[in-house]
Design a protein around this ligand. Sequence first.
Ligand code: SAH
Length: 469
Amino acid sequence: MDYLPIFLKVEDRKCLVAGGGKVATRKVTLLMRAGARITIVSPQLCDELRALLEQGAMTHVAREFQDEDLHDCVLVIAATDAKAVNRRISELANAQRIPVNAVDSPDLCSFIMPSMIDRSPVQIAVSTGGASPVLARLLRSRLESFIPAAYGRLAQLVDDYRDRVKQRFTVPDQRRYFWENILQGRVAELLFAGHEEKARIALEEAIDDTDAHYNDPGEVYLVGAGPGDPDLITFRALRLMQQADVVVYDRLVSEPVLDMVRRDAEIIYAGKARDQHTLSQETINQLLVRLAKEGKRVLRLKGGDPFIFGRGGEEIETLAGEGIPFQVVPGITAASGCASYAGIPLTHRDYAQSCIFVTGHLKDGSVDLDWERLAKPAQTIVFYMGLHSIPAIGRELVAHGLPETTPVALVQQGTTCDQRVYIETLGSMQDLAERETLKPPTIIIVGEVVSLHEKLSWFGMKNKQAAAD
Ligand code: SAH
């Protein structure tokens, strides 16, 4: 993080704007909205700024900037068209520890102005640390489009009742649950629909009706986090990630996904690297039960889909046995995520009419899969957890009738920016581990569909093309 985002109180404090053109006008408009006492220093003012001067409580000093103009200022904008003057202002302000922003000169700024979404009192500020103001503006317009304008009024309503709710619900967690229900429920909907008075009445009823000693029972959300790319999680997963009190996650959950969890949630790592389970499955099952019984909202976050080689079933069986409420949110499983990102359709009218997912995690290196059933023509086979069985997979499928030339893709760290795809055949894959250092997680796709990779791969291709150019 190159900058610390903060919101500065400038109401009724002296802010200096040096310059009288269009850029100065934009800054003056913002400062006016925040209630600043503005002094503009500039020999001339553009028409727009002159019009603002007539409406607002501002002072105009009609001359060039002088050092003493900084006296008593809490913030300075250097927006003259002379770079040397802006530099002088910046140096003086820095020496006096006054925050300064010099237009279009990041090196002269001690603070930068974000792109803003104003739903006062809700303020959303977007910054790219000066790297790309255009990107910040694009992000802002996206946010604008899905944050209802009424959010400001909603925040105002909450503010009006804050003290009353604080008295009524003395336990902070209870208070949080209460507000979460209000902000996501009927009261918010009434307000968004323009029924402010009805919303107020409904909120008052909720304060009076809700049992202040009511202890919310805990719940477990068994959530699929997808194969790695955070864009692949579902809206529902995201919502629950932001509501959870505790998160219990596996090694497969990628860091960018974990970053989207509520900041103040407790985070517990449950491991699950091959052969070194940090917590045993039974310990995890019991942990979920205990946390839920403490009244917590527990997010059990698993890579891919929780019901595909994820032992999600076992975990919720224990919960069901204990009568603990739970919900299951599907995720994109590694097979479909990795296949898509490698440009390999798992089925295809010309190549494969069926697709089968199996685990390649073979006990003691022995082979206890039904190879007969796997080695069928026109079928795609996806091996999860097959990294240590690569030679066995190649050998057995050939022994059971598939041609040595059958194409195979090994997708390593699929859907992430570290994705690597190895294209082999059943014959050539057998000594792959000797030639390459393969890293987990890796998924193995066997079948004629793999031949489409050459034509259909798209992910990461733009970068490759750019590098080639
Ligand atoms: N529940 C998960 C699978 C857990 S088993 C799901 O639905 O995806 C773990 C195996 O999944 C790994 O050994 C690997 O074979 C595969 N896997 C998971 N994420 C992967 C990724 N990003 N790239 C490649 N393989 C992955």
